[in-house]
Design a protein around this ligand. Structure first.
Ligand SMILES: C[S@@+](CC[C@H](N)C(=O)[O-])C[C@H]1O[C@@H](n2cnc3c(N)ncnc32)[C@H](O)[C@@H]1O
Length: 244
């Protein structure tokens, strides 16, 4: 890693640990992201695991309308760039102006004519074209305050048979269902407190609610080795579900 890269990473780490203030959800998000937007993709590449797995799993059978909720810089679409043409429309919905600027540059550079950014709260977005085929949340649901309302909204936006894909940090319930992973007291409490500094709220109930709302296609629960804090492993899940 070059000296410039180390310096960029230190700038991102400074924003991860400094108190994040703002009166509204949008202000807090933008205060958090505006100074790190240009370094976001490089730093998150090693931090946010499973994103490529999710997008590659979803793209094979899908076409039509894809809504990426809290899609940020749109970097996740790079790994499936060759197959984007088959979609009628892809929406990247996000509240952070700075991250969406990076997404717009990416769209222009790659000439993705069917991809559009929407600066809006995900609860306020409805695609003009009608019901969606795919709705994704990549490390965004844990930053959304009314996540239960937002999962319900994703359900409403999907057409019957449409799929939801979520990848995110989480902690298990204290007494999970038998086929779910169980985390220790330390894991459940340490990561909940750690992520809350950045307004990332881990919930033991989100994965359970996704199972309740959708027919499970895939569920993976794993530990991701993080670049920050170095050497630590945080739990994350990947869920794909179908609207029945
Ligand atoms: C950790 S980032 C993930 C970005 C991207 N999905 C990725 O995989 O790199 C979380 C994103 O969710 C967005 N976000 C959080 N709450 C939101 C809301 N209520 N409406 C729209 N976007 C939201 C943030 O602005 C941010 O871009």
């Amino acid at each position: 890693m070059s000296l410039a890269n180390i310096f960029d990473n230190l700038k991102v780490i400074y924003h991860l640990v400094k108190p994040n203030k703002g009166k509204t959800h949008q202000e807090r998000l933008e205060n958090f992201y505006k100074e790190q937007a240009q370094y976001y993709d490089a730093f998150r590449k090693t931090l946010l695991k499973g994103r490529e797995d999710l997008f590659e799993s979803l793209v094979t059978d899908a076409e039509g309308i894809w809504i990426d909720m809290g899609g940020g810089t749109g970097a996740n679409f790079e790994c499936i760039a060759k197959q984007l043409n088959k979609f009628q429309k892809i929406y990247i919905v996000d509240l952070s102006t700075s991250l969406l600027e990076i997404a717009q540059q990416r769209i222009a550079k790659n000439k993705w004519n069917n991809v559009e950014t929407i600066e809006r709260d995900v609860t306020q977005f409805v695609p003009l074209e009608g019901a969606a085929d795919v709705v994704t949340f990549s490390y965004s649901l844990s930053m959304m305050e009314n996540w239960f309302e937002i999962i319900d909204r994703a359900y409403q936006l999907l057409k019957p048979g449409g799929v939801i894909g979520v990848v995110d940090f989480y902690v298990s319930r204290k007494h999970p269902e038998p086929d779910f992973v169980s985390h220790s007291w330390l894991t459940r409490n340490f990561w909940t407190i750690w992520f809350a500094t950045d307004n990332v709220f881990l919930s033991p109930d989100r994965l359970a609610y996704l199972h309740y709302r959708f027919d499970k296609v895939t569920r993976i629960e794993k530990m991701a080795k993080l670049s920050f804090p170095p050497g630590f492993k945080a739990p994350y899940y990947l869920f794909i579900g179908r609207k029945n």
